[in-house]
Ligand binder design. Structure first.
Ligand code: PAF
Length: 292
């Protein structure tokens, strides 16, 4: 794994706030605040988000919260990896100032009756496969932005539709925060860093490499236009469907980067080639941006 080298730790490590009151006390000073929202199980990809935050801010806050609202009933909420001690240690290495790690009861003391509707863009691709997912994501992101009140919030571009929706929410609801995207961090073999990679056996990991190979093939076919991009990527994934263990495709889509609607044959401008697939019991997503 190409992990960035750790930065100098702050003396004593970050302050860990478990409640909004503790968070407010920790953030009482002046200066630019940057938030890195996470669900924990922190890895090299998160380190690169923290570094972008550090470049911009006097105070860096990392939230660690496995948000039940964004998981479907048959998804991996219960088995999602949780290790706050390891997460805090990684944050200390990156010079993070505050870790905000609320409990579910603290974040959702009563049944959540008012949520942020992600609109039509939230029903495509990931939203079609995971109904309600983006309502859960945008609701918790709105809560975190209101609790931390950061000047900047940093999100990973691996979740391309998520960051596009967060940008839309911030624009549409006039939330005063700058949203910064961090490029996808990949292992040397091409696999995109993800907290869910820990679920993969060695054989599953080998099969999973088809996702990044398909995206590369798609990008290399960009000169031929949208249909050529899709065909090149599908050719790789079709082959991987017969691998052992197989790559079970959920979707492959070439979409407009701002709206996530399918890129038409004459599409010009930024597009995103996005893929989601299951390998064993692990669902993986990846994407690449393709200027057309
Ligand atoms: O990308 C994630 O880890 C989560 O979706 C986020 C943004 C922290 C919201 O729970």
């Amino acid at each position: 794994m190409t992990e960035p080298t750790p930065q100098t730790a702050t003396a004593g490590g970050p302050l860990v706030a478990r409640t909004p009151e503790e968070l407010r006390r920790a953030l009482s000073g002046p200066g630019h605040v940057a938030l890195v929202p996470t669900m924990g199980a922190l890895h090299g990809g998160h380190r690169s988000l923290m570094r972008l935050a550090r470049e911009r801010a006097d105070t860096v806050v990392v939230s660690v919260f496995v948000n039940p609202l964004q998981f479907g009933p048959d998804e991996d909420f219960d088995r999602y990896p949780r290790d706050l001690a390891a997460d805090t240690a990684l944050c200390a290495e990156e010079g993070v100032d505050v870790v905000f790690a609320p409990s579910v009861a603290t974040m959702y003391p009563a049944p959540q009756m008012v949520t942020v509707d992600a609109g039509p863009m939230g029903e495509r691709l990931e939203g079609a496969s995971r109904p309600g997912h983006f309502t859960g994501v945008l609701t918790v992101v709105a809560k975190l932005l209101n609790l931390v009140r950061p000047d900047t919030a940093v999100f990973g571009e691996k979740d391309a539709q998520q960051i596009a929706l967060v940008r839309r929410m911030v624009a549409d609801l006039d939330v005063p925060v700058e949203i910064v995207g961090a490029p996808i961090l990949r292992d040397p073999d091409g696999l995109a860093s993800s907290s869910r990679n820990v679920y993969l056996s060695d054989a599953e990991r080998r099969s999973a490499l088809a996702l990044s190979r398909a995206l590369r093939a798609g990008r290399e076919a960009a000169a031929g236009g949208p249909d050529a991009v899709r065909a090149a990527a599908h050719a790789v994934l079709d082959g991987a469907a017969g691998a052992a263990p197989p790559v079970v495709l959920d979707y492959l889509a070439l979409v407009d980067a701002a709206t996530f609607t399918e890129a038409a044959p004459g599409h010009r401008g930024d597009a995103v080639l996005a893929v989601a697939a299951r390998v064993g019991s692990t669902r993986l997503i990846d994407n690449v941006s393709i200027p057309l």
